[in-house]
Design a protein around this ligand. Sequence first.
Ligand code: MG
Length: 270
Amino acid sequence: MASAAEGSGRLRRAVGTGTWVIDLDGVIWLAGEPIDGVGAAVERLRERGVRVLFVTNNAEPTVAQLVQRLARAGIEAGAEDLVTSAHAAASLVDAAQTVLAVGGPGVDEALQARGTSVVHAGAAGAADADAVVVGLTHDFDYEVLAAAATAVRRGARLIGTNEDPTHPTPAGLLPGSGALVAAVATAAETEPELAGKPHRPMVDLVRSRAQDVTVVVGDRPATDGRLARALGVPYALVRSGVVAPGAAVPGEVDLDQPDLGALVSAVLCG
Ligand SMILES: [Mg+2]
């Protein structure tokens, strides 16, 4: 692990030309509630000429919903500034295919944008889908699980938007889409393909959207840290999400700060 001073020096040298890949949940907000100082932090980066690309494993919201949430956090952004694990999952299927979507509106939107025929559990054709895409949804019960597992048993690919077991909220950790993907995989007795951070489909998608990434900022070493490694750039951990201040961290961390505001201060002024 690099010392904070070495890591900070390396990052400072890279700042001003590149793109920062920044996670959303646990970095910009907790369950949609903005974390203090994030609007000013992003503004400071942009003033320095740094481009910000928000990359989230949360496949549930639509792009418009994410843009709205960013605005509430004091951050102006457009569709070109966002990549979700729903987009990464959609990159794995072809336009001519029928996909059984088990997820929120973000999964439907990404699959429709890809041009696929989207069906839901209980609809005609669900059992004969070419692929089943599973993402975080609050609308998940035994019938949905059975429909997804049946389609997979009949030959559909099983694609999980991501494997995050939990997501952070002010009330603590709640089940993430990884828990739902695991349920379908268990019921279908198979292994899922995974699309989001830190897996190849997301790495390729981020590379296609930004060729000059200089750092990945995120609260989860298992996804954000591994995405940084896959992209060959430093990883900046912020302890505003799943890793509490003072807790031991699995894996390599190049920068370790309480939150995004502190990270930007450390990099720009440290
Ligand atoms: Mg996160």
